[in-house]
Design a protein around this ligand. Structure first.
Ligand SMILES: Cc1cc2nc3c(=O)[nH]c(=O)nc-3n(C[C@H](O)[C@H](O)[C@H](O)COP(=O)(O)O)c2cc1C
Length: 375
């Protein structure tokens, strides 16, 4: 079958091919024009636009409520930055907006069978299986270091029952070094036939409300993209007392082993992350931001400043960088500088002016259409 439209992906850019460029792709950058001009003329080096406001004077602070103020809107995503201390030699962790540490459970977990990770086009699949030493060991090993940092550390909490989540939250409550909790609710609720909390509004609300009662810590709840409609779930979590939403966790996927006799990952299923999921993450943030009044933090495929600006435009107040850290652990700190400089060049005194610029001006209209996809 002949493709109706071809979109060529180049390094960091997506361009539509010439003849088939139509109205729906018209806003993409034009393809490079081959011809004598480009081969015979030396293109002058682009000079950076001078800063209208010095980058150091741009206000990057993010107030997530309940006393949690991030120094800037660039966080590192759970599972991709360990407990933070591992990166101390490579990254100035105190320049980050926040650290979401590795998923932490009540008891130690050895994780899933290997292989646990594989590369995919534009991303990776992982099935780590929440390997961690358990909340008590995490507190003993890391909390003292966290308490010396300016950067807030949010402990990413996972569990198999509401009780698990509540117990972990209780142990973290009031602990120096713990600035907040991020609930990973993309976990099977063992008491309810293994249905993930995140895919059911009532279960998501139940676990959120129970943790809310157990702690005064700022409470972020992480949305799963593996649902047909995120809006009722986002609303239920907000109504249950979450201080902020984070979106998104990975998408469920599989890979096939060499020889094609079985799936590749030891756990069969893995979570897809990286640039491949960014459009989905943008869509979830866009939809969630329109139905809740609590802040939404965007995650999924952030690899450069343009990605950060895209998430802000669809309503995220901050972003988390995940998979891209494996290729370049220094990226998140660089993004902090680049965001401040971009604001400075535009004469924007606070990055908050960039939030929600791509949201509909008439609240509610696109949401009413739902998530239907019309090709
Ligand atoms: C290796 C790996 C481990 C992860 N572990 C967790 C985890 O323990 N808890 C959690 O909420 N998310 C976890 N995630 C999901 C990320 O925090 C993030 O939501 C997702 O990868 C999408 O962002 P990205 O495309 O920038 O990686 C993990 C992701 C990866 C790649």
């Amino acid at each position: 079958m002949k493709a109706r439209r071809r979109v060529v992906t180049g390094p960091g850019r997506k361009v539509a091919s010439g003849r088939e460029r139509s109205a729906d792709v018209a806003r993409l950058p034009p393809p490079p024009r081959p011809g004598p001009d480009r081969t015979t003329r030396v293109t002058p080096t682009a000079r950076p636009t001078p800063l209208v406001i010095p980058a150091a004077e741009v206000d990057l602070a993010v107030d997530l409520g309940r006393g949690l103020v991030l120094p800037n809107p660039i966080l590192v995503a759970s599972g991709t930055f360990g407990y933070g201390v591992e990166y101390g030699d490579v990254v100035d962790v105190d320049r980050l907006g926040g650290i979401c540490c590795k998923g932490t459970t009540l008891k130690a977990r050895i994780g899933n069978p290997t292989p646990r990770v594989t590369e995919t086009p534009g991303g990776m699949l992982n099935s780590i299986g929440l390997q961690n030493p358990g909340v008590d060991a995490v507190i003993e090993k890391y909390a003292a270091a966290w308490a010396t940092w300016r950067t807030p550390v949010l402990v990413n909490v996972a569990g198999e029952s509401v009780h698990d989540y509540v117990e972990v939250a209780r142990r973290l409550d009031g602990l120096p070094g713990v600035a907040g909790i991020e609930l990973n609710i993309s976990c099977p609720n063992v008491g309810r036939g293994g249905l993930q909390f995140a895919i059911d509004a009532a279960a998501a609300a139940e676990v959120t409300a129970a943790v809310r009662r157990a702690t005064d810590l700022p409470l972020l709840v992480k949305l799963s993209p593996n649902v047909a409609d995120i809006r009722p779930i986002a609303r239920a979590i907000a109504d249950a007392g979450a201080d902020a939403l984070t979106a998104i966790n990975t998408l469920s996927g599989i890979a096939v082993a060499p020889g094609r006799k079985r799936p590749l990952l030891g756990n069969i299923y893995g979570g897809l992350s990286g640039p491949a999921i960014k459009p989905i993450a943008l869509r979830v943030v866009y939809e969630a931001a329109q139905v809740v009044s609590i802040p939404v933090i965007g995650i999924g495929g952030v690899t450069d400043l343009a990605d950060v600006l895209d998430f802000l435009a669809v309503g995220a107040v901050a972003v988390q960088v995940g998979t891209a850290i494996f290729a370049d652990p220094t990226l998140p700190v660089r993004l902090v500088d680049e965001l401040a400089e971009a604001c400075g060049r535009q004469g924007v005194a606070t990055y908050r002016d960039l939030i929600g610029t791509a949201l509909p001006s008439k609240a509610g209209l696109p949401s009413a259409k739902g998530v239907e996809y019309r090709p």
